[in-house]
Write a protein that binds this ligand. Structure first.
Ligand code: GLV
Ligand code: GLV
Length: 320
């Protein structure tokens, strides 16, 4: 009998062509809508493999349904949506999509940093709203990027790719990470720093750390107060790392200057959310790795991982 693969989001058929003789593929029919929980759980019961996105909670409840499940391939580098420990206990392999998205996500992070510092989105709205009546010395003036200090919290592969971009802008690069990264220090000239020193001295605080029990709410009122009043906070990792109410207050009171956010505690964030009402917030709908090239590579990698495990081979990018 062919193994059953459940794909929790509509993915173009062409990606599955190489496997059409080997797998029985079942798929949620919507591209932009999350699979209904009960539909998802029903499919988990009989699937041999799951292809999931970061919007599916693969928790104990879901994993307890599984009867044949051997592998979960998550279409993301982050995997905070999956109870990885419990999956491991049950002998289910979990894979993610590292590496293939690092440069693309670093590009977006830098684009967001620049857009926030130079008020690109506001400026575009200004011109399209017909407000450009004259040139003025400080019209839409923002903050410099070159020669400033960038502090990267979480020096993984994406952090490293951001640091390389920062070097091109002649920035001073600080980083904080659980472990020292000698290679990044030597090759890119990034300086290891305590979390406290990083947040107090950086002009740009860039959050790249995954969401775990240890990093949840890592950025709260106290951290924002310690930052420079000219600091710009950028988050392209996970919303849960930040206390959004505290961030809102910090931006409102000008404890910090601005924030560029690609991720939020609850996604999709409601358009009426207080953070989105602030002029000094540049917001994006979680598009860090969203290029045609990279999303295609991520999908292909998920399918390779599934294929490896179903064939009894080692997955390419397992978690743990
Ligand atoms: C996206 O947020 C990812 O984790 O890949
Ligand atoms: C501005 O456009 C300048 O020429 O300095």
């Amino acid at each position: 009998m062919k193994p059953t693969i459940y794909v929790s989001r509509k993915i173009p058929n062409e990606f599955f062509e190489p496997y059409q003789n080997d797998w029985n593929v079942e798929m949620w029919h919507e591209e932009t809508q999350v699979v209904d929980r009960d539909v998802f759980l029903k499919h988990v019961q009989k699937a041999d493999a799951l292809f999931t996105t970061l919007t599916e909670r693969v928790d104990r409840e879901a994993l307890d349904q599984a009867k044949n499940l051997k592998v979960i391939a998550n279409l993301a580098v982050g995997y905070d949506n999956i109870d990885v420990e419990y999956a491991k206990e049950k002998g289910i392999v979990v894979t993610n999509t590292p590496d293939v998205l690092s440069e693309t996500t670093a590009d977006l992070t830098f684009a967001l940093l620049m857009a926030t510092a130079r008020r690109i989105v506001e400026a575009e709205q200004f011109i399209k709203d017909g407000k450009w009546t004259n040139w003025a010395p400080f019209l839409l003036a923002g903050a410099d990027i070159h020669h400033k200090t960038i502090g990267i919290v979480g020096m993984g592969r994406i952090g490293e790719a951001i640091a390389r971009r920062a070097r091109g802008f002649d920035m001073k690069i600080l980083y904080h990470n659980r472990s020292r990264k000698e290679k990044v220090e030597q090759e890119i000239g990034a300086l290891y720093s305590s979390f406290d020193e990083l947040i107090t001295t950086s002009d740009f605080v860039v959050c790249m750390t995954p969401l775990t029990e240890d990093t949840e709410n890592m950025f709260q009122a106290e951290e924002f107060k310690k930052m420079k009043s000219s600091a710009i906070f950028i988050n392209t990792s996970r919303g849960g790392v930040v206390n959004e109410e505290d961030l809102y207050n910090a931006l409102k009171k000008k404890d910090i200057q601005a924030a560029g956010l690609d991720v939020f505690q609850n996604e999709p964030i409601d358009e009426h959310h207080p953070l989105l009402q602030l002029e000094n917030v540049t917001a994006l709908p979680h598009i860090g790795s969203a290029t045609y090239e990279t999303r295609s590579k991520m999908i292909t990698l998920c399918l390779h991982n599934i294929n490896q495990v179903l064939k009894g081979n080692k997955p390419i990018t397992p978690i743990l």
